[in-house]
Design a protein around this ligand. Structure first.
Ligand SMILES: Nc1ncnc2c1ncn2[C@@H]1O[C@H](COP(=O)(O)OP(=O)(O)O)[C@@H](O)[C@H]1O
Ligand SMILES: [Mg+2]
Length: 225
C-alpha cells in the first residue's frame, strides 16, 4: 500500500534563486525500507522536511494516502502518522530518556502508570536498561541517544518512519544493530521506513535504493536485483 506519493515536487528556500529540490517523483509503500543516498548538500534534509510536513513544497504535490498533504493538519499528521529521527536526535539533554519519550506522547498525562510501562518496554526492546532509562540523556553515548531517538519516534505507533543520517559516527556492530532494528520495523511491523544517508553501508538493509544528486532523486535499484 502506497502511503506517500510525490509528484513533480520542487522546492526553493525563501530568498534563494535556485531550486534545492527538483522534479521529484517517488512513491513510498508500507512494509519497505527505502534508502536515499546522497552527498552532503544534495538535498536530503530538505526532502525530509518536506515529507514531514515541516515545510511545504514550492510546486508539485505530495499525497499521504489519498489526501494532499497541503490539505491535512500537519500537527496531527506528525503526531499520529509519522515518526521522525533527526540527525542530531533533538533529545532534551538534561532530561531522562523516559521523560523525553513522555514529552513526545502528547495526549496522555504524566501520571499514567500504563504509559510508563509502555515506554519501559519500548526502551528495553532497544537494550536500554532500567538505570539508563532514568539517566539524563547527556550522560549517554551517541549510540544510546540514537536508540532512544528511534524509540521515541515509535511511541505513537506511526506508519511512516523517516530517519536522517542514522549511522554517522557509529562502529560496525552499532550500525548492524540500528539497521536491523529499522529493517525489522518494515519487515515485521509493516512500517514504511525512509532513511536518508551519505553512507552506502545502509544499502544491504534496504528494499529500494535511490540516489540524490543536486536536488534530484534517481532510482538506483531494488534489493533483489
Ligand atoms: N535554510 C536554508 N536556506 C537556504 N539554503 C539552505 C537551507 N538549508 C539548506 N540549504 C541548502 O540546500 C542544499 C541542500 O541542503 P540539505 O538538504 O541540508 O542537504 P543534505 O542533507 O543532503 O546535506 C544545500 O545547498 C544547502 O546549503
Ligand atoms: Mg542532511
Amino acid at each position: 500500500m502506497t502511503v506517500l506519493r510525490l509528484i513533480d515536487v520542487k522546492y526553493k528556500y525563501e530568498g534563494s534563486n535556485r531550486y534545492t529540490l527538483k522534479d521529484i517523483n517517488i512513491e513510498f509503500e508500507l512494509g519497505k525500507v527505502y534508502s536515499i543516498l546522497g552527498r552532503s548538500g544534495s538535498g536530503k534534509s530538505t526532502l525530509l522536511s518536506i515529507l514531514s510536513g515541516l515545510d511545504n513544497c514550492t510546486t508539485g504535490s505530495i499525497f499521504y494516502k489519498d489526501e494532499a498533504l497541503s490539505n491535512i493538519n500537519k500537527d496531527l499528521y506528525r503526531t499520529n502518522n509519522l515518526g521522525i529521527v533527526f540527525k542530531e536526535n533533538n533529545l532534551i539533554n538534561n532530561a531522562s530518556s523516559l521523560d523525553n519519550i513522555i514529552l513526545a506522547m502528547g495526549e496522555f498525562s504524566r501520571e499514567n502508570k500504563h504509559k510508563k510501562e509502555i515506554i519501559y518496554d519500548l526502551l528495553r526492546s532497544f537494550d536500554i536498561d532500567e538505570v539508563k532509562i532514568k539517566t539524563k540523556v547527556d550522560k549517554l553515548s551517541d549510540y544510546e541517544k540514537k536508540k532512544i531517538s528511534i524509540a521515541r519516534s515509535l511511541i505513537n505507533n506511526p506508519e511512516i518512519i523517516i530517519v536522517d543520517e542514522p549511522i554517522e559516527g557509529l562502529d560496525e556492530e552499532e550500525v548492524k544493530y540500528i539497521m536491523e532494528k529499522l529493517s525489522d520495523l518494515a519487515r515485521s511491523n509493516n512500517k514504511c521506513v525512509i532513511i536518508f544517508s551519505s553512507s552506502d553501508k545502509i544499502t544491504s538493509y534496504s528494499d529500494e535504493i535511490w540516489g540524490m544528486v543536486n536536488g534530484k532523486v534517481i532510482f538506483v535499484k531494488e534489493a533483489n536485483d
